[in-house]
Design a protein around this ligand. Sequence first.
Ligand code: NDP
Length: 296
Amino acid sequence: MSAIRIDGNEISKSVNAETAAEVEALAQKYGVRPGLAVILAGENPASQVYVSRKVKMCEELGIVSKKIILPESVSQEELISIIDDLNKDDSIHGILVQSPTPKQISEKAVINAIDPKKDVDCFHPANVGKVFLGDLSGFLPCTPWGVSVLLEKSGISTAGKHVVVLGRSAIVGRPMAALLLARGANGDATVTVCHSKTPDLPSFTRQADIVIAALGIPQFLKGDMVKDGAVVIDVGINRIPCATTKSGFKLVGDVDFDALVEKTSAITPVPGGVGPMTIAMLMKNTVRAFKMSKGE
Ligand code: NDP
């Protein structure tokens, strides 16, 4: 069997085109554009890249962005005071603080300080709670939402399927399970969540119609761990040493792609799978925030 390679670059392009058209229509209607504030504290190189990508995507889609760069030494009080100002700023509809924050800052305190109506990362307990209660009318968690859209646009329904999620983090595994459990076309799955304390993990993945891997372990999911014809979605992004690239590194996922591509019915590559979807869904949440601010 040769798998369909789910192309996250193409699918994210079509999502972004829809978003750009919606932004334009909203700008015509209201005379103002959605605004996203992106806060980066410190000089983590990966975070700098992520923040630049988000700002660039805003520009491409007609969303106004405000980039706020703070020193590594910024105090929690200073950061929260900046968030308070952005909470009150009517031109800003979405606020995100790039993770990880410097060690003196509690990410929990920062997330709690963001007005839930501007929490476009969908990290605030009020928004997470809604999602877990099956109410998908507000913000949705960006990476899991991106996975749902990849499946939907590839014609793969989760309804009635057994989906095994590998990883139980607050940003991927848990909210992924919540979306899959929700009622509706992109939910209605029977969900198993595995983590580091799961004994005999392959006995679960071998039963799965769909495996979603989000562990942060390079090429963890091997060919003998899934049944023939399964769908495999790889959320992992890992940098591993590589002698043949100029940088000396290459990106791989949590899935042994070469071993699985012949065995699965559909699979996402890394890079070019889930990765580009996360920013696309962040942009969609920003548009949702704008519409909510207008009572839509
Ligand atoms: P975390 O480190 O927060 O969570 C990893 C999860 O995997 C934990 O629940 C952990 O279990 C579980 N785990 C670790 N080792 C094992 C093991 N041997 N067997 C079973 N489960 C295990 O990672 P994230 O969820 O933040 O990220 C996961 C991956 O996804 C990373 O590669 C990250 O870079 C990538 N990522 C990609 C995004 C994208 O846009 N494509 C966005 C976010 C993340 P336990 O809870 O028991 O410790």
